[in-house]
Structures are given as structure tokens and as C-alpha cells.
Ligand binder design. Structure first.
Ligand code: T3D
Length: 258
């Protein structure tokens, strides 16, 4: 495999981003963080991309921050503010669906990265290791927020303290992982899921992401108002017209993402 830290391929509307530092279990150094953020921003602009898959090369998904990264990594506030946070925000705000194919261990910010995706598919051997506590750090890149909502405060604390590793099955039980598949079927399963989403009404899917992002903190009134505003946008898309026409003609819709 070439030496680039991030491999990118667009096929059938699906952009696959492969973290490619397998000898370090795809740990995030500065170059990889910046390339990843740029890739998500590029996916937002690219009309040929209607869904994104993120996965790791080799036996790991992502081992979090590169612990061999030297002093660059120790400027915590600056690195988080300027690199990790924009990466997570770029995934969450991307108006296209993101599928994480977790092919092995995810640790530290690698867990945060996986859980920033809209859907997570994991191989049977995948594990989610918060790891922050093991090296005297606090969870970052949005992990505390995701875990406390999915698992509740007490279980989130237990997981973050590393009392036990979170296997793919338990992550599935907590609703963090959509499906768990044998390792040799993971890439195909994630690609197929992403391809189905890429064939969907892309603008409405992007607006759905925006609604969900807002709904996490919104009052009922705010949610209802946001739905009315965004439905007004979705309702004027070609995809809405096509969906209604397909219903009337008793056929499957052919969404063009416009
Ligand atoms: O400013 C900031 O940076 C703040 C941001 C912080 C965000 C964070 O993510 S903090 C958390 C950082 N990550 C970790 O603490 C995880 C460290 N790694 C591990 O605990 C274990 O490697 C794993 C649980 C992930 C996997 O264990 P195992 O036994 O399957 O593999 P291994 O043998 O430990 O690792 C394999 C290789 O990957 C090994 O290299 P070697 O010895 O074969 O040459 C190991 O050093 C390397 N590796 C694993 N994790 C990292 C790493 N290299 C650099 N950075 C890593 N994070």
C-alpha cells in the first residue's frame, strides 16, 4: 500500500477514506489529522460524493493520538482546538452520511472518530478502548458527550475508567454500533450500506443530520421550528418530487441528490 497517511477513493458515489499508518494502528499524527479534515471538507464540496466510509488499514481502526508524536502533540489546547475539534465538527456537519467501518481496535480519539460517524459497522473482533485514563488524560474529541448520552452517566464513567474494554457486541447493545459482522465481510457491508445511502435523497439526508445535531440540545419548540424550516428546503428538492412521483407510479424512486 502506498505511503500516504490517508487513502481516498470515490466509487459509485461513495468516498472511502482509509487511515493508512498500519504500523502504528493508524494513530493520528498532525499530517493525518489535517488530511482527514481536508478530506471531509472536500467530500462536502464534491458532487460525486454522496456518502463517506472511514476505515483503517491493517489490523487496527485508529489508536488515537500518536503517542510518539513529540512536543507537537503536547500542546493540548492548541492541538484539540485547531485539529481534533475541527475534524469532529467536519464529520458531524458534513451534509452527507458517514459510515465508520471499525476493522479492529479503536483507542482514545480513535473511539471518538468512529463515534462521530452517523453509522458504525464493526467487525466481530473490533474493540473500543477509551485509553485516555490509562495515560492520565481526559476524554476528548466529543467522546464524553456521545458516551453519556448512549450509555448514561454511570456506565459512561465505568467505560471511561477502562474497567473493561468495550467489545463490538456491547457497543452494539448500547446503540453505538449499527451492526457487527465477520471481519472478512466488513468492507463489503460498510460499502453496501454507504452505497444504499448514496442512492438516497442526499439533501434530505444532510438536513436530517442537521436536525439531529440540533435536536440533541433543543427544546420541543425549537425542534418543531427547525423541522418546519428544513422541511421547507427538502420539500423543494427534485428528490422530493421524484419520491412522490415514484410512489404514484408504484416504482422505486431514482434520487439524483438534488
Ligand atoms: O494533544 C493531544 O494529542 C490530545 C489528544 C489526545 C487524544 C488521544 O487519543 S489520547 C489516547 C492516545 N492513545 C492511546 O493511549 C492508545 C495507545 N495504544 C494502546 O493502548 C494499544 O496499542 C492498543 C490498545 C490500541 C492496541 O493494543 P495491541 O496490544 O493490540 O497493540 P500494540 O502492540 O500495543 O500496538 C501495535 C503497534 O502500534 C506498536 O508499535 P510497535 O511496538 O509494534 O512498533 C505500538 O507502539 C503502536 N501504537 C499503538 N498505539 C499507538 C501506537 N503508536 C503511536 N501512537 C499510538 N497511539
Amino acid at each position: 500500500m502506498p505511503d500516504e497517511p490517508l487513502l481516498t477513493e470515490v466509487v459509485d458515489g461513495v468516498s472511502t477514506l482509509t487511515l493508512n499508518r498500519p504500523d502504528a494502528l493508524n494513530a493520528l499524527n498532525g499530517e493525518l489529522r489535517r488530511e482527514l479534515t481536508a478530506a471531509f471538507k472536500a467530500a462536502a464540496r464534491d458532487d460525486a460524493t454522496r456518502a463517506v466510509v472511514i476505515t483503517g488499514a491493517g489490523r487496527g481502526f485508529c489508536a488515537g493520538a500518536d503517542l510518539r508524536g513529540g512536543s507537537e502533540e503536547r500542546a493540548f489546547r492548541a492541538v484539540l482546538t485547531n485539529e481534533y475539534n475541527p475534524l469532529i465538527a467536519a464529520i458531524r456537519s458534513l451534509p452527507k452520511p458517514v459510515v465508520a467501518a471499525v476493522n479492529g481496535v479503536a483507542a482514545g480519539a480513535g473511539v471518538s472518530l468512529a463515534l462521530a460517524a452517523d453509522l458504525v459497522v464493526a467487525s466481530e473482533g473490533a474493540r473500543f478502548v477509551p485509553a485516555f485514563n490509562r495515560i492520565g488524560l481526559v476524554p476528548d474529541s466529543g467522546l464524553a458527550r456521545v458516551l453519556v448520552r448512549a450509555a448514561g452517566r454511570h456506565r459512561a464513567f465505568e467505560i471511561l475508567m477502562g474497567e473493561r474494554e468495550l467489545g463490538a457486541g456491547e457497543a452494539h447493545d448500547l446503540g453505538l454500533v449499527a451492526s457487527v459482522v465477520p471481519a472478512d465481510r466488513l468492507a463489503g457491508a460498510a460499502r453496501e450500506l454507504a452505497r444504499r445511502l448514496a442512492d438516497g435523497p442526499t439533501i434530505a439526508i444532510g438536513l436530517t443530520k442537521r436536525l439531529l445535531n440540533g435536536a440533541e440540545d433543543a427544546t420541543l419548540d425549537e425542534s418543531l421550528a427547525a423541522e418546519a424550516a428544513l422541511q421547507d428546503v427538502a420539500g423543494r428538492t427534485d428528490d422530493h418530487a421524484e419520491g412522490v412521483a415514484a410512489f404514484g407510479e408504484k416504482r422505486d424512486p431514482r434520487f439524483g441528490g438534488r
